[in-house]
Design a protein around this ligand. Structure first.
Ligand SMILES: NC(=O)c1ccc[n+]([C@@H]2O[C@H](COP(=O)([O-])OP(=O)(O)OC[C@H]3O[C@@H](n4cnc5c(N)ncnc54)[C@H](OP(=O)(O)O)[C@@H]3O)[C@@H](O)[C@H]2O)c1
Length: 355
């Protein structure tokens, strides 16, 4: 890919929080150009009205319909679709776009940030999400994994594993791949309120979350089977994953603690060294010698990990930003890979530190 080319890029789920973060990050990317932001609910209204903090970079741009976006994609030789619509909707929108562009001999690359392409088969998806998959014939066109865990990509498109799963997989995959633990992990994770998207519900509304901390969906959450499936894809090994998510009283960030039983004694220093070695070539994963803190990663694409052992058990703690590394930034990291750019292109801005 000629690195001076700008790849036309379309965003789906336009008024959502992840779409806003995609717009912000694309503005700093040298090779992707935002040509359309698709809104199902507000085509024709200004992008700035949904994202006042982005007014200086979106100018007069308005949201467009999916048909207008398809027209633009049909005019481009190479193009990118970043899908940030809800699960249950995303697969259908992507299918519609890919079917329409194929008729014109155009084949955009897609990174789906929803859950629609995280499972390999439609039955597994239906079991977890309780509705039929929107485009089952396209499941084989997507790989779901973190870029840190996949050296070669056999599919044209990618599914981002999601925010909680990113924090969990960064901890779990090295433990499993290096055969350090018994195949059973226990994860406790805390997410900020932006993880629930723009529309407040009783359980996610600010007055409920502020100054409070509570679990939800303990041992029942849909991300546990997704993590099991992705661990199997990238390591070939089956594990149990027992997950208790929590709502945290902050807007951005995920803090996850993964515990597992060691197969053989490993000191904390040895575990940290093993994780550092595993991620030695990965620009966004930093393995610390002390406990990670959300403020050091929030609003950045970096992940901070650390580990402690007591002889029989390991606890790996990870911290990421849910909207950046866990969604928009992680998706752009994949998009860089899909187009042959350095995976860190446009994504290396550090966390502000005080948010
Ligand atoms: N928030 C996070 O931290 C996070 C992290 C990882 C993954 N994700 C995933 O990323 C996706 C977007 O998340 P989000 O937090 O940005 O959600 P959100 O704030 O609720 O936004 C989703 C957007 O999708 C569009 N939409 C909603 N219903 C639709 C429908 N029936 N048909 C077409 N479009 C519809 C809406 O935009 P328009 O009406 O303008 O189209 C809505 O603003 C979800 O699949 C979510 O699971 C989120």
């Amino acid at each position: 890919m000629n690195s001076r080319l700008k790849i036309p890029t379309v965003i789906l789920g336009g008024t959502g929080y992840v779409a806003g973060e995609l717009i912000r990050l694309l503005h700093m990317h040298p090779h992707f150009e935002r040509v359309a932001v698709v809104s199902d609910s507000k085509p024709g209204t200004s992008v700035a009205s949904a994202f006042p903090h982005l007014a200086s970079i979106v100018g007069e741009q308005s949201f467009v319909s999916i048909d207008s976006a398809q027209q633009l994609l049909c005019e481009a030789t190479d193009s990118l679709v970043l899908a940030a619509a809800p699960h249950g909707v995303s697969a259908t929108l992507i299918d519609q776009l890919l079917t329409g562009t194929a008729r014109a001999g155009r084949y955009p690359k897609v990174v789906d940030i929803s859950a629609d392409y995280r499972f390999r088969d439609a039955a597994a998806y239906q079991t977890v999400y309780q509705h039929a998959h929107g485009a089952p014939d396209r499941l084989s066109e997507f790989t779901c994994a973190l870029p840190e865990h996949t050296t070669t990509l056999a599919s044209p498109h990618v599914a981002h594993p999601g925010c909680f799963a990113t924090a969990m997989l960064l901890s779990i995959v090295p433990l499993v791949a290096l055969q350090l633990i018994e195949p059973r992990v226990f994860v406790s994770g805390i997410t900020g309120s932006t993880g629930s998207g723009r529309t407040p519900t009783d359980g996610t509304h600010h007055p409920r979350r502020h100054s409070d901390l509570y679990s939800y969906g303990a041992l029942q959450h849909r991300h546990a089977p997704e993590v099991r499936s992705i661990v199997k894809t990238v390591t070939g090994q089956s594990i149990e994953c027992h997950f208790v998510p929590h709502s945290g009283p902050f807007a951005r960030g995920i803090h996850a603690t993964t515990q597992a039983t060691l197969i053989k004694p490993f000191s904390s220093q040895e575990m940290i060294a093993a994780l550092r070695d595993f991620y030695a070539d990965q620009p966004f994963v930093h393995v610390l010698g002390h406990a990670p803190r959300l403020k050091d990663v929030v609003s950045s694409n970096y992940a901070h990990l650390s580990a402690t052992t007591d002889g029989t058990t390991v606890a790996v703690v990870s911290a990421i930003d849910n909207l950046t590394k866990g969604a928009a930034g992680g998706a752009l990291q994949w998009a860089n890979r899909l187009f042959g750019f350095e995976q860190s292109t446009g994504l290396t801005a550090p966390a502000p530190g005080w948010t």
